[in-house]
Design a protein around this ligand. Structure first.
Ligand SMILES: Nc1ncnc2c1ncn2[C@@H]1O[C@H](COP(=O)(O)OP(=O)(O)OP(=O)(O)O)[C@@H](O)[C@H]1O
Ligand SMILES: [Mg+2]
Length: 429
């Protein structure tokens, strides 16, 4: 499945990049050809304007001498602007004079111009086919009817420019673009593969964790269920077994507790927990949780000391914060020997709220400090089972702290004790 997702991501990335590239190449080509065309049109009209006065003089001279032969000058690149051509026609349509390209294409262009019947001043694109197998030439032409001062029609001048070099530049542009698209496609595929693998990594980890989670959860639920099952079997034989019923009740409560915890975690996964934010006094909130734990602590001859300022204004979900403190206190009590002390402190520091729960308990091995926040993780599996833990308290605590935008960390020394430190940024309502 992961590989399928990766393939899809790579193909998606690559197609997106290639489409963007092709779109920008086409847009670039369109913009470039439009600008080139406009520039050439402008210079063609300027060229025509330059020729008009000269043409008037010249056509007048031809009027007085009808017997002069047609003069055609072939212009090579070094003599004049290589791409421009100009043709003068008498009123009867006879070509009088021409300045054209020194190319075998010129007679063919002339043939086409002889049939010119477009109105004065309109631009025309003319294609002239060249030798077999070669691309046709492309000219942009415009004509102007010439009159003398008495408004007598003297003839027509047609000027044009050879656009073929631009067409061949466009072809090269296409070729270079195709090569770029090919190179970028290969690169996109490679880069896509790299990023897809990176993007998939957290998903892979999350699927792995999910699998472990389901395995652990089913394992945890199977144990009490088998206990209940065997107890029911015994009960069937002997109905007056009070102890067994008490054990069964315990196991049922355990399962209820576990399912509750699983539900809390599942909800926090699927949606950002629906926290109910409100203003409250954090000092009072912690104090009342500590009070609830005093009787349990008394049984274990453990002192719980709480110190904080009188009032710590806090904006957050009071019930969740209570649950957080309860989880930390529950652990501190569970993992401490008799006649020890637990210190709970709360204070407002620079922009943060700092809560510490410090015990003198069994401590946590250094190499497991970052694992205890994982679901179902217990340092001593056998002992925790006997103390009724599932390894879900700290993951829930972490979810609560993170939902408030804070961080939780732990320092611990084996046989000396642990300190859990919660830091939450102060928000205002
Ligand atoms: N204050 C502590 N001192 C020593 N070890 C601790 C302390 N708090 C947590 N641990 C260790 O971290 C593990 C995970 O704690 P967590 O609260 O998540 O689970 P639990 O207490 O075992 O079970 P649950 O909280 O679900 O009833 C515990 O099993 C324990 O090994
Ligand atoms: Mg716990």
């Amino acid at each position: 499945m992961i590989n399928k997702i990766r393939k899809k991501l790579v193909i998606g990335y690559s197609i997106a990049i290639i489409v963007i590239l092709i779109a920008s190449i086409v847009a670039g080509y369109m913009a470039l050809s439009r600008i080139t065309l406009k520039m050439n049109q402008k210079s063609l009209f300027l060229y025509l304007a330059n020729e008009v006065y000269e043409s008037q003089e010249m056509l007048k001279a031809w009027q007085t001498n009808h017997h002069l032969k047609t003069r055609i000058r072939q212009i090579t690149a070094h003599k004049r602007s290589f791409n421009n051509v100009v043709y003068w026609y008498a009123p009867d349509g006879r070509l009088l004079m021409a300045e054209e390209l020194a190319s075998s294409i010129s007679p063919k262009l002339r043939e086409k111009l002889d049939a010119w019947n477009f109105p004065s001043g309109t631009l025309q694109n003319i294609l002239v086919s060249s030798a077999e197998g070669k691309k046709p030439w492309f000219f942009m032409m415009v004509s102007q009817d010439i009159y003398d001062d008495n408004n007598t029609y003297l003839g027509r001048v047609i000027v044009g420019t050879n656009m073929s070099p631009f067409a061949s530049i466009a072809n090269k542009y296409y070729l270079v673009s195709a090569l770029i698209v090919l190179a970028v496609s290969i690169l996109a595929f490679w880069v896509g593969n790299f990023f897809a693998s990176k993007a998939i990594k957290p998903i892979k980890i999350s699927i792995q964790k999910q699998k472990e989670f389901v395995a652990d959860a089913s394992h945890e639920l199977r144990t009490p269920l088998s206990i209940l099952l065997s107890s029911v079997d015994i009960l069937k034989k002997n109905e007056s077994n009070r102890e067994l019923i008490a054990d069964m009740k315990n196991e049922i409560l355990n399962m209820k507790h576990l399912i509750n915890d699983l539900l809390v975690l599942a909800r926090s996964d699927s949606e950002k927990e629906n926290l109910v934010f409100e203003d409250f006094n954090l000092a009072d909130c912690i104090k009342s949780v500590v009070r609830n734990f005093q009787s349990l602590a008394f049984e274990k001859k453990i002192d719980i000391l709480f110190s904080s300022e009188e009032c710590i204004p806090f904006y957050g979900d009071e019930n969740k914060i209570r649950q957080l403190i309860a989880i930390l206190l529950d652990n501190a009590l569970k993992y401490s020997q008799e006649k020890t002390q637990i210190k709970v402190t709360a204070m407002a520091t620079d922009g943060d709220i700092l809560i510490k729960v410090k015990d003198q308990g069994v401590g946590i091995p250094e190499n497991q400090l970052n694992k205890i926040f994982e679901r179902f993780y217990r340092v001593d599996k056998a002992r925790s089972r006997s103390t009724g833990g599932f390894g879900l308290g700290l993951p829930i605590a972490q979810t609560i702290v993170q939902a408030h935008g804070g961080k939780i960390k732990v320092c611990s020394k084996i046989n000396e004790g642990s300190v859990f430190e919660v830091r939450i940024p102060i928000k205002s309502s």
